[in-house]
Design a protein around this ligand. Structure first.
Ligand SMILES: CC(=O)N[C@H]1[C@@H](OP(=O)(O)OP(=O)(O)OC[C@H]2O[C@@H](n3ccc(=O)[nH]c3=O)[C@H](O)[C@@H]2O)O[C@H](CO)[C@@H](O)[C@@H]1O
Ligand SMILES: C=C(OP(=O)(O)O)C(=O)O
Length: 418
């Protein structure tokens, strides 16, 4: 088993390059399966989810080569095969294979997705979308079978604003007959990124990034080249780390517009934030004010930054209240932060955080962003070594985390323990 070790108390200083976005990559790789010739993805992050996807695609008959941050996917020999639990259970975003295979072959048989299950994460809106497009969906003890003789465009109103359902419906509807409208669609930048790729492949999608997306189905899609947008969650996490260690860090290769909610909250706390064209500079201050944070769908404060933000708020003077309106109970980081001396209580969907210093402890990441929260916390600790287990979760979302932090002056390393 590997652990992440942190001897904290160092101010982070320097420049960090942000990789392509995980939540785009895990949708763009399966989206490529809809093409009949090669798709090239640039700025692909080095993450375990992407590596698992690459293996799944090859098992399905696609040819995949991955060099540096470029992946070439040739799906011309793709076969329609059942995709049982094994690999699809390793990542949440395997649900995109449903929409992609349904669009390509009119059928998909696949196990339920896995990934970070910090609470039950239903996919009823994905299923509702496929059924509206004319597919029959059955669930045989967790094996989902989706099939349609002919997908037909439909008007679909999502009951909840769902990133996954919006993208999955876009994937399948790109190959349906006629027009599909998704109302109450999610507006995250990753949705625009997927629509941009699909349109470059010959799809006809309008309105991505707004609450109404219109898709005119086409008979076939072709290969293309596409560069993945920067990871706003990774960038936001480094912004938090820079502020938490009272450092001075330039976060490079970002789209500052995607980080506005994060930037505004840091400024409200008293952090110095400088927005440049493709980078953001964070200069930490000795004292921060407590603030209230509401995690919402985009363009609100992202739920995926809620956990690391909890750790930063332990560094503010006074009481902050952080409420997550996307998930009911995404607080697996809280008991671990309490082990590190934090004064936090969870009340319903809110965490009430009283500022104070943290101490080193042996803790465990129960999910990806809970892990990020523990890294932020460990970086602030002035004495001793924080040991974080559950590194495999952190590897789902942070490309070259240890190298990046070491370059910024942190004392961080991985250790294999028995
Ligand atoms: C791979 C990926 O992109 N993951 C992101 C995606 O996850 P994911 O696509 O799974 O999240 P959704 O946007 O679908 O979920 C939002 C909310 O809707 C609920 N819901 C969702 C679908 C559904 O069919 N029924 C339903 O009730 C969920 O339980 C949750 O409470 O968006 C989340 C919300 O920004 C992020 O935390 C994840 O990092
Ligand atoms: C919850 C997350 O990812 P996933 O949906 O892939 O589990 C995340 O990125 O914080």
């Amino acid at each position: 088993m590997e652990k992440l070790m942190i001897r904290g108390g160092k101010e982070l200083r320097g420049t960090v390059q942000i990789s392509g976005a995980k939540n785009s990559a895990v949708a763009l790789v399966p989206a490529a399966l809809l093409a009949e010739s090669e798709v090239v993805l640039d700025n692909l992050p080095h993450l375990s989810d992407v590596a698992v996807y690459s293996e799944i695609l090859q098992e399905l008959g696609a040819s995949v080569t991955w060099n540096g941050d470029v992946m070439r996917i040739d799906p011309s020999r793709l076969q329609s095969k059942p995709m049982p639990n094994g690999k699809v259970k390793l990542l949440r975003a395997s649900y995109y294979l449903m929409g992609a295979m349904l669009g390509r072959f009119g059928e998909a048989t696949i196990g339920l997705p896995g990934g970070c299950n910090f609470e039950p994460r239903p996919i009823d809106q994905h299923i509702k979308g496929f059924e509206a497009l004319g597919a029959t969906v059955t669930n045989d003890h967790g094996s989902i079978r989706i099939s349609a003789k002919q997908l037909r465009g439909a008007k679909i109103y999502l009951d909840v604003v769902s990133v996954g359902a919006t993208i999955n419906i876009m994937l399948a509807a790109s190959r349906a007959k006629g027009y599909t409208t998704i109302e109450n669609a999610a507006k995250e930048p990753e949705i625009i990124d997927v629509a941009t790729l699909l349109n470059a492949m010959g799809a006809k999608i309008k309105g991505a990034g707004t609450e109404t997306i219109r898709i005119e189905g086409v008979d076939s899609l072709h290969g293309c080249r596409h560069s993945i947008i920067p990871d706003r969650i990774q960038a936001g996490t480094y912004m938090i780390m820079a502020a938490a260690t009272r450092g001075d860090v330039l976060i490079d290769n970002v789209i500052p517009k995607h980080l506005e909610a994060m930037t505004a909250k840091l400024i409200e706390m008293g952090v110095q934030v400088e927005e440049l064209d493709e980078s953001i500079r964070i200069v930490g201050m000795p004292e921060y004010e407590a603030v209230d944070v509401k995690a919402l769908v985009y363009p609100g404060f992202p739920t995926d930054l809620q956990s690391p933000m909890t750790s930063l708020l332990t560094q503010a003077s006074g009481v902050s209240i952080l409420t997550d309106y996307v998930y009911n109970n995404r607080f697996k980081h809280v008991p671990e932060l309490i082990r590190m001396g934090a004064n936090i209580r969870v009340e319903g969907r809110s965490a009430v955080i009283e500022g104070g210093s943290l101490n080193a402890a042996a803790v465990r990441a129960a999910d990806l962003r809970a892990g990020a929260a523990l890294v932020v916390a460990g970086l602030t600790v002035k004495e001793g070594v924080t040991e974080i287990a559950g590194v495999e979760y952190i590897d789902r979302g942070y490309d070259h985390l240890v190298d990046n932090l070491q370059r910024l002056g942190a004392e961080v390393w991985r250790e294999t323990v028995s």
